[in-house]
Design a protein around this ligand. Structure first.
Ligand code: ADP
Length: 255
């Protein structure tokens, strides 16, 4: 089996006096699709934000592509282990948020082109070609020159996915990407993620409340409860066959 692309080793995270992650251990292999489920407040978004380096860890190790993101100073505070690595890692991790985060003053094509050109310093013609391909892939090839406010929520979310894919990330993070959408728009967004999951080789980590969807696409499901991984295994083991009472009670809300 290949080396994990992402490893959490005994990761703790506190906000002030409140410890929200209490020793997370998690390995994700390069093409693995992992769903994180769990009650509100259990720490799911914090895991994603730490991986995006938007949030520092309090202790432990997060290793991406073989290198630690953080190291502990003598005084116990965490600092960037290697700024160059951290910069390149940020380019290797794509993220889709609940609230799209598109640039309102740019067309959807420009939204897709900006990071590869300005962050990765790639050549414009090639980025434009790839951006159009990705927008076609998510079904928006006829909307290249539209602005985000001319699109539905589902379409905006599909732009956000195309924008992340244009960066050719090694890891894609999806944080409850359907929970801000009107119910009738959820299906089209899940369909695009399903297409990515089935056809692309990158690792994917999805925080989701869509259990049928997780069952369909996830290689591994992790149940986070009060800051610990209370259950982890294949989608079927965790969602259909677990004996964990708190997990069963959590899942009963979705039936
Ligand atoms: P989930 O995504 O599972 O709903 P979160 O990771 O968002 O959970 O939050 C876990 C806990 O951490 C919650 O109790 C939340 O209030 C707390 N928390 C998250 N971010 C911060 C922050 N920046 N400052 C203080 N507390 C926070």
């Amino acid at each position: 089996m290949s080396e994990p692309i992402v490893q959490f080793k005994n990761v703790h995270k506190s906000f002030g006096d409140v410890e929200v992650l209490k020793g997370i251990d998690l390995d994700i292999s390069p093409s693995e699709k992992v769903a994180i489920i769990g009650p509100s407040g259990s720490g799911k978004t914090t895991i994603i934000r730490m991986l995006m380096t938007l949030e520092k860890i309090t202790s432990g190790d997060i290793i991406v592509d073989g290198q630690n993101l953080w190291k502990m100073e003598k005084n116990g505070s965490m600092v960037e282990a290697n700024q160059k690595h951290l910069r390149s890692i940020r380019g290797d991790i794509g993220m889709v948020f609940q609230h799209f985060n598109l640039f309102p003053h740019m067309t959807i094509l420009e939204n897709c082109m900006t990071a590869p050109i300005h962050v990765k310093k790639e050549e414009k013609t090639e980025v434009r070609k790839r951006s159009i391909q990705m927008l076609e892939r998510v079904g928006l090839g006829d909307k290249l020159d539209n602005y985000p406010n001319q699109l539905s929520g589902g379409q905006k979310q599909r732009v956000a996915m195309a924008r992340a894919l244009v960066m050719r990330p090694k890891v894609m993070l999806f944080d409850e990407v359907t929970s801000a959408l009107d119910p009738e728009l959820v299906g089209e967004v899940l369909e695009v993620i399903r297409d990515i999951a089935k056809n692309d080789d990158m690792a994917m980590i999805l925080v989701t409340h869509e259990m049928d969807f997780a069952l369909d696409i996830a290689d591994k499901v992790v149940f986070l409860d009060e800051g610990v991984i209370a259950e982890s295994g294949s989608a079927s083991q965790v969602i259909e066959h677990s004996q964990n009472e708190r997990l069963q009670s959590f899942l009963s809300r979705f039936r």
